[in-house]
Design a protein around this ligand. Structure first.
Ligand SMILES: Cc1cc2nc3c(=O)[nH]c(=O)nc-3n(C[C@H](O)[C@H](O)[C@H](O)COP(=O)(O)OP(=O)(O)OC[C@H]3O[C@@H](n4cnc5c(N)ncnc54)[C@H](O)[C@@H]3O)c2cc1C
Ligand SMILES: NC(=O)c1ccc[n+]([C@@H]2O[C@H](COP(=O)([O-])OP(=O)(O)OC[C@H]3O[C@@H](n4cnc5c(N)ncnc54)[C@H](O)[C@@H]3O)[C@@H](O)[C@H]2O)c1
Length: 462
């Protein structure tokens, strides 16, 4: 079977690995290095940047932990951020990760082409190289995994000098004195956290009453508290309407007619599926009015030979879901057994301090559900390991079905929540019960001990 994949992010390259493993003849066309936006501009660099922010956080607690500089000086008062070094490391890491992925994919025999691609019909792809040279390749199956692009406001395009999106951010070589972060979803919260830790004065423009509007409200409240304790100014229920650039800074006008002044502004107001210029109309592929390509649980579009995966489908925009949709597409196209995509079992994490990781049913789902649900929430501050690590903010929350005790979801708000959520994710995915979670050993002392305790308390209440 001849497969052509357009887009080399997690949706595209994970699909290529699966298809090659099953003996398909695979061509992967992407305009940038493999790993796509995920590795080059989004997940990998932002999380690498946040590690430097975490290091700044440790400096703040050093004195309390009895760690100080020679002569008794407090590390917190003698620490500053070297943006050049931070950005060099972040970019180096992203490019190396992309190179590692290219090697891994290349070793499987996949043909990798760095070029622009678009459909001429449902089984023909036009490849256009940078110099303008173009040719056609034919395919039994085409997978579209072209990702998404950051949304900005009309007339306020980023200039990489004062106004940024995640794409230009890594060219920033000096710490912004006063950074206006526009949008308080995952992207806005993560960057606001990092730059506040680095020492910028951060103004977060949040369109809602609470930041992180799609997260557990208790978790969002913890993050808001932590942000404000750090001196961040949250402009609630405000939307950016316009940006004025001056010689020394920027002014963001809100739809309420107020001005927020800063030295730099960063757009974090969502991502738009990258479905333009792909020849989708010529191929008969449906696109929604929000530029997304709708797919079913095995990543099929309305055209039998065309599949789509990742951000371009407009569903949960995560690297992990993109990868799963890409693999599903290939398993299905190649006649392998495939479990349709389950959006009720997706684990995700916002990398703030503390981190916010969730899986399965949310507080909102529970409020709307007809199923009787029991919830236990334990504060992190009572966990012995957390006390040793000076972690006082956050909680571990588990939701289970009354009667059967089936684990339906959970939230972990803690340092390393991105890892701590894994057992809850296994439980939700495999429909395990709180009994099964409670009887499994955890290490003493460990934060995951609180997960086991929450499961035990739910056993008693089921
Ligand atoms: C700042 C930020 C941080 C994030 N952090 C996380 C995180 O921590 N964890 C997480 O799970 N998700 C995170 N995400 C979301 C994640 O980055 C995306 O969900 C993921 O990148 C989607 O992967 P994809 O395969 O759909 O496409 P992408 O990673 O967007 O890759 C698509 C590739 O296709 C190329 N392409 C597009 N059109 C064409 C064409 N016509 N021809 C050839 N090539 C083309 C693009 O240039 C790109 O290289 C983050 C997003 C942002 C914005
Ligand atoms: N750690 C992670 O997994 C991670 C990190 C970053 C992004 N992502 C994913 O990437 C995608 C994009 O994230 P995002 O945070 O950019 O988008 P988002 O759509 O999740 O949040 C954008 C926020 O900006 C607000 N907004 C829109 N216009 C505005 C305006 N003019 N002024 C002020 N606020 C405005 C929206 O109401 C929304 O709350 C999401 O699917 C997210 O899950 C994931």
């Amino acid at each position: 079977m001849r497969i052509v994949i357009i887009g080399g992010g997690p949706g595209g390259y994970e699909a290529a690995l699966v298809a090659a493993e099953h003996g398909a003849d695979v061509t992967l066309i992407s305009r940038e290095g493999l790993g796509g936006n995920s590795v080059l501009w989004d997940c990998v660099p932002s999380k690498a940047l946040i590690v430097s922010a975490e290091a700044m956080g440790w400096m703040q607690s050093a004195k309390r932990l009895g760690v100080r500089l020679e002569g008794g000086h407090d590390l917190a008062t003698r620490t500053e951020i070297d943006m050049n070094a931070v950005m060099d490391r972040v970019q180096g890491l992203a490019f190396n990760q992309s190179a590692d992925i290219s090697k891994k994919v290349g070793r499987t025999g996949v043909e990798i082409i760095e070029a622009e691609a678009r459909l001429l019909d449902p089984q023909t792809v036009e490849v256009e190289h940078r110099g303008g040279r173009s040719y056609r390749v034919s395919a039994d199956i085409v997978l579209i995994a072209t990702g998404s692009n950051p949304r900005t406001l009309p007339g306020c395009e980023p200039d990489g000098d004062r106004v940024f999106t995640s794409r230009e951010l890594y060219d920033l070589r000096e710490l912004p004195e006063r950074l206006i972060v526009i949008g308080s979803g995952a992207t806005g919260a993560e960057y606001a956290h990092a730059f506040a830790r680095f020492g910028s004065e951060v103004h977060l423009i949040s369109s809602r009453d609470q930041i992180l509007p799609s997260e557990d409200p208790d978790a969002a409240a913890v993050i808001e508290d932590s942000f404000e304790r750090w001196g961040m100014v949250i402009h609630r229920r405000k939307r950016a309407a316009d940006i004025e650039r001056g010689a020394d800074g920027v002014r963001v006008e809100t739809t309420e007619g107020e001005w927020v002044e800063g030295t730099h502004a960063l757009f974090c107001i969502g991502q738009i599926p990258a479905s333009g210029g792909l020849g989708l109309a010529a191929a008969g592929v449906h696109v929604t009015d929000r530029d997304a390509i709708p797919v079913d649980g095995v990543s099929r579009t309305n055209v039998p030979t065309v599949y789509a995966a990742g951000d371009v489908t407009g569903s949960m925009m995560l690297a992990s879901t993109a990868a799963m949709q890409g693999r599903n597409a290939m398993w299905h196209a190649l006649g392998q057994a495939v479990t349709p995509f389950r959006d009720d079992a997706v684990a995700k994490c916002i990398f703030t301090e503390p981190e916010v990781a969730t899986v399965g049913m949310t507080a909102e789902d529970i409020a709307q559900s007809q199923v009787p649900v029991r919830t236990v929430s334990l504060p992190i501050a009572r966990n012995p390991r957390a006390k040793m690590r000076e972690l006082s903010e956050g909680f571990i929350k588990l939701h289970a079905m009354a009667g059967s005790g089936l684990v339906l979801g959970g939230a972990v708000v803690s340092a390393q929540a991105s890892d701590l959520i894994a057992p809850v994710s296994v439980a939700v995915h495999n429909r395990l019960s709180v009994q099964q979670l409670a009887y499994a050993f955890t290490v003493y002392p460990s934060i995951s001990g609180s997960l086991q305790e929450a499961a035990r308390q739910l056993m008693d209440r089921a």
